[in-house]
Design a protein around this ligand. Structure first.
Ligand code: GTP
Ligand code: MG
Length: 683
């Protein structure tokens, strides 16, 4: 029985693969015809990586024993024929467990020892140090053996209260939050800090990452969970037990750790099977469930349709035994459906918009280039036709004219050189305050302000100030890029007027939108600093981890902005380079054909045909580009209707393709290649 979520994810994966293939066809077409500039090549590569590699993280968060692991088993692993993730009464999952698949890593279970908490390095840094992890192979062919290996995530050991305190599991001042101590006073702590399971499961191969978390005690002690993983999850599933209702600690978790956007938050009321009562009718039981859901909704202040009553255990059992009626009773499918509906279309739209937007920009860029080429061919044809019946003296005059025009044109190089160096200087200045060095300095200011003693209120204030400074840096980068845009608009229009270029300064870049990402980080951290974290904030080791984590999250935002700015500017310069090259080539071609015409009287017609053929070739490229774009839009199916595909403009010059020209074309275009489906123009 294929789970609902799995089929939706399959369809999404297929969509990503199709879109990737269409984009690859577009890039291949451009590369084969020498139309791919460096900046566009980088964009295609980045988009390819996003489409094939972008992860989709779903995090399961709840107090212990609510059924997180069981629900993960039911949704994702029922195909294994048994319970994969350990699920049992009492505390089971002791450390956060991340399930995903990375083809570059070996299949297995990696465990990071809890003692790494005593070091300053953050979890993100440990991810880059395989040697810090203990590794167990997982035998895919043997689910029982695999389940035994996965039981490792349950392991605990007993330590003194002092050691437990150093690890963040014990606070003498908050006895209520401490785990129960053993008879000899020792405290049970997890052996592992974090577990990663690398498994070529079909869903994980499609980019799904599932995060299973232990209860509150562990969530609170691992800042990386609260500040890194959970806020970045694409969806969080919060689980309550129908047997327990909403408890005090459930509420704490909800308030402190599930502040993400409401759209991506799911609330599950699990274990509804425990509400079954032999003395009640099924209708009465349904009413009890409905009442519980609305009471949960009230407490959590969300609409009651957002609470999904399910039985994870029943669902798992039903899927393992192909029991359709049991699955229906578990009510898991309604939840899976909502999860897929809420998660996948939005991810798809984001990717579709990015793919389509970038491809369209590329198409416009090529469109301008084609237009420019065809304009030059049209001029050349006029020039050649004007020579019909003219004496060789006249041809000689034309040669001189071409030479002097080329000479005049070359004067633009000094101008271009000046523009390039101004551009480079302005670009450096736009990028300079986005470097990771600059970020580090800003974060260090926060630490200097706070000194070694972090009080929640002071830390919060200093953090808000830091974010304000960072927002100002983004704003400054935006303004500097706007200045570059204005400079390019002015320079391009002068170059166009004086030297006959047809340069267009692209629409200005918007990096201000990334302020939203910064705001999100700010909200998470401010909320975290406001939690009852005083005792943790006071620990120097924690502060260092906090600093590193913060820098690594901010770096992602600032690097994205830098990359966007660089790409935008590169695209603008690439246009100048390609037009310069095209113009020079054109002078050379004009000169050569006049030279040939002068030496042989029958050359004129041949030359006219050659230029016509070249123009035909561009027209054909235009048509092929439009076809590729139509194919892309067919698969991406961008939200908000089908975007219009730019069709090649009607031929700028009336060119009658001759048989010779068509033959030249097919040689030139290498039509036997992967793009052989091009219908010859005019055919
Ligand atoms: N009756 C009933 N029991 C369930 C259901 N779902 C889970 N359980 C049981 O509840 C116990 C706890 O489930 P787990 O999946 O281990 O809970 P958890 O949230 O992962 O707990 P920790 O790993 O300790 O944080 C197990 O014995 C499950 O079999 C359910 O729908 N109905
Ligand atoms: Mg568990």
């Amino acid at each position: 029985m294929k789970p609902t979520f799995a089929s939706h994810l399959d369809a999404f994966g297929q969509w990503r693969a199709d879109t990737e293939a269409r984009l690859a066809a577009l890039a291949r077409f451009a590369r084969e015809h020498d139309l791919l500039d460096e900046a566009s090549g980088e964009w295609f590569e980045a988009m390819r990586r996003r489409l094939s590699g972008e992860k989709l993280m779903v995090a399961f968060v709840a107090e212990f024993s609510r059924g997180k692991s069981e629900l993960i088993n039911a949704i994702f692993f029922s195909d294994k024929g048994r319970r994969m993730m350990p699920a049992s009464a009492g505390r089971t999952t002791m450390c956060p467990v991340e399930l995903g698949y990375d083809a570059d890593d070996p299949v297995g279970l990696s465990l990071l020892p809890i003692d790494t908490r005593l070091e300053a390095a953050s979890l993100a840094e440990y991810r880059l140090q395989p040697a810090a992890w203990t590794w167990h192979p997982l035998n895919l062919a043997d689910p029982d053996e695999m389940a035994r290996a996965l039981a490792e995530v349950m392991r605990t050991r007993l330590v003194s209260p002092e050691d437990a305190a150093r690890l963040g599991f014990w606070d003498p001042e908050r006895p209520d939050d401490n785990p129960p101590a053993a008879a000899d006073g020792r405290v049970e702590v997890p052996v592992w800090r974090h577990a990663r399971i690398n498994l070529p499961h079909p869903l994980l191969k499609r980019g799904l990452v599932v995060l299973d978390t232990p209860g509150l005690n562990a969530i609170g002690t691992e800042p990386e969970l609260t500040l890194g993983l959970l806020p970045q999850a694409h969806a969080t599933v919060f689980i309550l037990g129908a047997d327990t209702g909403v408890t005090r600690s459930d509420l704490d978790i909800w308030r402190d750790h599930l502040s993400g956007p409401a759209l991506a938050r799911y609330v599950v009321l699990n274990k509804i099977d425990t509400l079954a009562d032999p003395l009640s009718t099924p209708e009465q039981v349904r009413e009890v469930i409905a009442r519980q859901c609305s009471s949960v909704a009230q407490t959590l202040e969300i609409p009651s349709e957002h609470v999904f009553p399910i039985s994870a255990r029943q669902a798992l059992a039903a899927r393992l035994s192909d029991d359709v009626a049991g699955l229906h009773h578990s009510r898991i499918e309604a939840f899976e459906h909502a999860l897929s509906e809420g998660l996948l279309p939005r991810r798809r739209d984001n990717l579709a918009q990015a793919a389509w937007g970038g491809a369209q920009q590329f198409q416009q860029q090529l469109g301008r280039r084609f237009g420019e080429m065809r304009r030059l061919y049209a001029d050349q044809l006029n020039e050649l036709r004007g020579l019909r019946g003219k004496s060789s003296g006249k041809v000689q005059l034309m040669i001189q004219r071409v030479q002097s025009e080329a000479g005049e044109f070359e004067q633009c190089t000094a101008r271009l050189h000046a523009m390039r160096s101004i551009h480079a200087r302005m670009l450096r200045s736009a990028l300079q305050d986005l470097s990771s060095e600059r970020l580090r300095q800003e974060v260090d200011v926060l630490h200097q302000v706070l000194g070694g003693s972090w009080l929640p209120l002071g830390a919060r204030k200093a953090f808000i100030e830091l974010c304000a400074r960072l927002r100002a840096l983004i704003e400054q980068a935006q303004q500097r890029n706007d200045e570059i845009h204005a400079m390019l608009v002015a320079s391009f229009s002068r170059l166009n007027a004086e030297f006959g270029f047809s340069l267009v300064a692209d629409v200005p870049l918007d990096v201000r939108r990334y302020t939203e990402d910064l705001n999100l980080i700010e909200r998470n951290y401010v909320q975290y600093l406001g939690l009852s974290q005083a005792f943790r904030l006071a620990q120097p080791g924690f502060q260092e981890q906090f600093r590193r984590m913060l820098i690594s999250r901010l770096r992602v935002v600032f690097e994205t902005i830098s990359n966007d700015i660089e790409l935008w500017n590169k695209t603008a310069s690439a246009q100048v380079d390609s037009q310069l090259r095209e113009r020079r080539r054109n002078f050379k071609r004009r000169y050569e054909s006049l030279d040939r015409i002068q030496s042989a009287s029958n050359e004129l017609d041949t030359r006219v045909q050659e230029v016509q053929a070249q123009d035909e070739r561009v027209l054909q490229l235009q048509t092929r580009l439009a076809t590729l774009m139509t194919q892309l839009v067919e698969v991406t199916d961008v939200a908000g209707g089908r975007p219009s595909v730019q069709q090649p403009e009607a031929a700028a010059v009336a060119v009658q393709p001759s048989v010779a020209a068509m033959e030249a074309l097919s040689l030139d275009l290498n039509l036997s290649g992967p793009d052989a489906a091009v219908a010859p123009v005019g055919a």
